[in-house]
Write a new protein. Structure first.
Length: 319
């Protein structure tokens, strides 16, 4: 039964989920991560920008960790930099992935990134192992990025044998349940923060690709369901928004994960409820470990130390 008793104790004032979430996202500063950017061209003619950082200033480590960000994130976000820094300082090279359209430059196709796009995870892993002879590769994902790596690891597909371990942090493994949480009034600020940037990107897509959809309708999008119904689903081959949520949720793939994998989800994460805490899957799969501290918020886990709890736990688990 790989259910882990968490040792995370939030500092005074950080038991509140929103304080933990907002502080980590808006006020944390991480310095000392030197990135070397590479453009990875994909088979469909699009690209990902990936940022390498090395344990010893140059490629020399035996292992590497690929890190995937969350919704509307990028490699420069504090949680991405903090994870890269702690791993670099402990002998692991890292490559931080900017998903399609998230590196500061619009991607080339009408498609973008989404919660189920594991073909891009596969492309990154194959690229890393093709150009660099690492003995092993780890995967770390936050929120949407966590769902990506969990889905990739549990899908019926061929995977390199030297994938070592994985860690998913603050990951909504049931997309519909998480969406229902985000629709609540308590999450209105987060919801609109995401929607405003997503709507801006969608408007750019419509203007660039001369779609039959009038760009003016973008202003009428006031929910994730509407956004996914109008853009995510049709752009990526899903029947509708519900079909997208059903097929892309990683919860259905957890039982088939065959490498040691940790899911760290705080119980007070306001983005999650119910099946986003997959206790039964952890009890039945000896390779899938679940840790649910009572506090931590969403991609929070603040500590008054150089590194946050999620980073320390990831390092310990990967080691």
């Amino acid at each position: 039964m790989p259910l882990i008793n968490s040792t995370y104790k939030p500092p005074v004032g950080f038991k509140n989920a929103h304080v933990n979430t907002v502080y980590a996202s808006q006020f944390r500063k991480v310095a000392g991560v030197d990135h070397t950017r590479e453009r990875l061209w994909l088979d469909d003619g699009d690209f990902l920008d990936i940022d390498w950082s090395y344990a010893h200033g140059k490629k020399s480590a035996r292992g590497i960790t690929a890190i995937f960000h969350g919704l509307e994130g990028n490699s420069k976000r504090p949680y991405m930099q903090g994870m890269a820094k702690i791993l670099n300082q402990n002998g692991l090279d890292t490559v931080s992935i900017n998903l399609r359209g998230c590196s500061g430059e619009q991607n080339l196709s009408y498609k973008t990134y989404h919660s189920g796009a594991t073909e891009d995870v596969e492309a990154v892993i194959n690229h890393i192992l093709k150009i660099d002879k690492y003995d092993f590769i780890n995967l770390v994902g936050f929120s949407l990025g966590g769902n990506l790596i969990l889905k990739y690891l549990g899908e019926e597909r061929e995977r390199p044998k030297n994938i070592h371990k994985a860690v998913a942090i603050s990951t909504p493994v049931d997309l519909k349940e998480s969406l229902d949480c985000l629709n609540q009034k308590i999450n209105a600020l987060y919801r609109w923060n995401f929607l405003l940037t997503l709507r801006g990107k969608f408007k750019q897509k419509l203007e660039k690709f001369n779609s039959d959809i009038d760009p003016k309708v973008v202003k009428k999008i006031k929910s994730f369901e509407t956004f996914d119904e109008m853009y995510t689903a049709p752009a990526h081959g899903f029947d509708n928004a519900m079909d997208y949520y059903k097929k892309s949720s990683s919860s259905q793939f957890l039982k088939d994960i065959q490498v040691p994998t940790l899911l760290l989800n705080a119980r007070n994460d306001t983005f999650m409820t119910g099946s986003c805490y997959p206790v039964q899957q952890a009890e039945s799969n000896q390779q899938f470990f679940l840790e649910t501290p009572y506090a931590g918020g969403h991609v929070g886990f603040v500590k008054h130390t150089p590194f946050y709890y999620s980073e320390e736990r990831a390092l310990a688990f990967l080691s």
